[in-house]
Design a protein around this ligand. Sequence first.
Ligand code: RUB
Length: 307
Amino acid sequence: MEKVKETAEKIRTMEIRGAGRIAKAAAEAIRDYAAELEVTSFEEFAARINEISSYLISTRPTAVSLPNAVKLASRYSSKNVEGARQEIIENANLFVGRADKALGKIGKIGSRRIMDGDVIMTHCNSHAALSIITTAFEEGKDISVIATESRPRRQGLLTVRHLNGFGIPTTLIIDSAVRYYMKDVDKVVVGADAIAANGALVNKIGTSQLALAAHEARKSFMVAAETFKFSPSTILGIPIEIEERAASEVVDPSILTELSNVQVKNPAFDFTPAEYIDMIVTDIGIIPPAMAYTVIKEYLGWEFEEI
Ligand code: RUB
């Protein structure tokens, strides 16, 4: 239990962050918990796995990769403890292996759409988006990147550090400079925390303004998303919850004590409508946003009663 709590805390405090890494960490936590779980009955085993699954899912509400990973990892059909334990270990390992492979596939497929000389704008810190950019560069394409700072947590600093490590020429800008620089951009490449059944994208707050500016300037807007970022519950009409984070991430709380009429809002993600998205690069190929429903039904293998 202690190890799961540690992982959950790291996800909550964003020491582990980014939808893909959150998913992998949760699958590994369930696997390790199941492997060491000491119980006296199968019913107790099932109840403890359920409890730990809900606990992990509660850490961050928006990234659908988290409940998807937990569901895929904690599946079992055996009706005895040892059988179920082995199934969970195997399913969790399968998920982690597939997640790692998916990043490579997205990089390979997406990089084919990056041309020599392209200037790419990206937002926040997405390993899927970075996989496309670094693969294109390693293929010998002469590209450069404009990366947003991504207030308030400044994940853009992680992105520029990553790109610098590859030797990719990179410009760091503040979020409000996105439209100003769009004229210099050829393609926007961003990641995903969730993709709804109607093809709408949920990603770091500010993503929709990149999409809007790209649309206005007729620049291509590409999303990099593993299939486990697609949201099954949106088929049933359950909306994706946007995480609201602490005001202290935006402004020093001592300033607010003097300003009794002021409140701070800090949504961590926003929605980009499907019509602003040119393509979604997934591990099963490039798809239009209109195919989101098919991905959920065909590739996530979700049954309606399971949702
Ligand atoms: C991170 C974020 C990323 C997606 C995709 O938000 O919005 O773009 O999670 O990342 P936060 P990846 O920092 O709040 O977790 O492609 O690495 O899964």
